[in-house]
Design a protein around this ligand. Structure first.
Ligand code: CP3
Length: 348
């Protein structure tokens, strides 16, 4: 008798089928709150060395799965590997976040390579293949990239800034040069995501961490439109590709974002208004989110109440339980365990 292929609850939700117990994973689930991550990080030297050593990247991807048995693993890498492969210098300095050579004039932009050196990203694909081989068949593997807007904010400023003013300013003052950065990121992100699917990713997430700083007209041009082109470009080669969008801080614009981009799900941050999300977003696509990462640090009753709110707000529909943004370093592991236990005990 042929056996039915094992079901991945995470993929079921992305395919439109609500699960009685929502599948769960956490953004930044592989990272500094885990002692086993910190140990390997110290051994590897630089952060990019971790990302580009398949053995390490695969191991770190699997660490949170072994510990918590999440429903999805996300490949350990970073959104800034694309600028790196485009030949921009990218450094991660301890405790300071990323540093790049600023790409902040039209003259500099005219020297930007059109095509990434995908050979530099081969270790990411190899890490995906390794994880795929080791991952339980009920657990999904997520590939990702940054949305062009968010990646561009780091490329232009050369670092993170409180409101990404350098990129916003360049988009107003030098729209043609800025559009060239965005177009370059669109084309190369499509190839990168296709490479990740080929290497074994089940689904893709597009992180637009800085979407929320844009006024609606700029959001349309620099966030929605490039994301739409990426989704279209990926699906031209892989028609059924499942894609999650995360335009952080842009909840009011989600109906337009969903309509234009065609994503299968959106990740929402913790400030989203529940009835608006249910009626204008979750009726169309799956929702992923949206526990406040600070509630996860706080623990105790505050954590239980916050988890129950997410479940009460969204578990009646298609929900992938997650945080509203990445888990923070100081989060106690016991609180992650408390969250998992409570979500998996949900009877809905
Ligand atoms: O989610 C995961 O576990 C997969 C790995 C992952 C990382 N970065 C590893 C990482 C993912 C999906 C990202 C995405 C990412 N990277 C985003 C979008 C999502 C988000 O959280 O907003 C952004 C904006 C970046 C750029 C970036 N990388 C910043 C701003 C920083 C410094 C801030 C920080 O948290 O340290 C990084 C470094 C980084 N990326 C670390 C990790 C585990 C920390 C590196 C270290 O060990 O010092």
């Amino acid at each position: 008798m042929p056996q039915n292929p094992p079901i991945k609850p995470f993929m079921e939700v992305l395919s439109g089928r609500r699960q009685a117990v929502p599948p769960i994973w956490m953004m930044r689930q592989a990272g500094r709150y885990l002692p086993e991550y910190r140990e390997l990080r110290a051994k590897a030297g630089g952060f990019l060395d971790l990302c580009f050593t398949p053995e390490y990247a695969a191991e770190i991807t699997l660490q949170p799965i072994r510990r918590f048995n999440f429903d999805a693993a996300i490949i350990f890498s970073d959104i800034l590997v694309i600028p790196h492969a485009l030949g921009r210098a990218v450094r991660f300095e301890a405790g300071e976040g990323p540093r790049l050579d600023p790409l902040d004039t039209a003259a500099k932009v005219s020297t930007l390579a059109a095509d990434a050196d995908f050979g530099k990203l081969e270790p990411v694909y190899e890490a995906l293949r390794r994880v795929r081989r080791e991952l339980d068949s009920t657990i999904a593997l997520i590939g990702f990239c940054g949305a062009p807007w968010t990646v561009a904010t780091y490329m232009v400023a050369g670092q993170g800034t409180p409101d990404q003013a350098p990129a916003r300013m360049m988009a107003y003052r030098e729209p043609d040069a800025f559009a060239r950065i965005i177009d370059t990121l669109v084309e190369n992100s499509i190839q990168y995501l296709l490479g990740q699917l080929k290497a074994g990713a089940d689904a893709l997430q597009i992180f637009d961490t800085w979407a929320g700083v844009l006024p609606p007209r700029e959001f349309q041009r620099w966030s929605i439109e490039p994301t739409r082109r990426i989704v279209e470009g990926v699906r031209r080669q892989v028609p059924g590709a499942r894609i999650i969008g995360f335009p952080r801080g842009a909840a009011a614009q989600l109906p337009a974002y969903i309509e234009a981009t065609g994503v299968d799900a959106v990740s929402i941050d913790w400030a989203a208004e529940p009835s608006f999300i249910r009626e204008r977003v979750q009726n169309r696509v799956a929702v992923q989110g949206n526990l406040d990462p600070l509630a996860l640090i706080a623990g105790g009753d505050a954590l239980d109440r916050s988890i129950d709110d997410v479940l009460a707000n969204y578990a009646g529909g298609r929900l992938i339980f997650n945080l509203g943004h990445g888990i923070q370093q100081e989060t106690p592991i016991a609180h992650v365990e408390q969250m998992l236990k409570r979500v998996r005990a949900y009877k809905g």
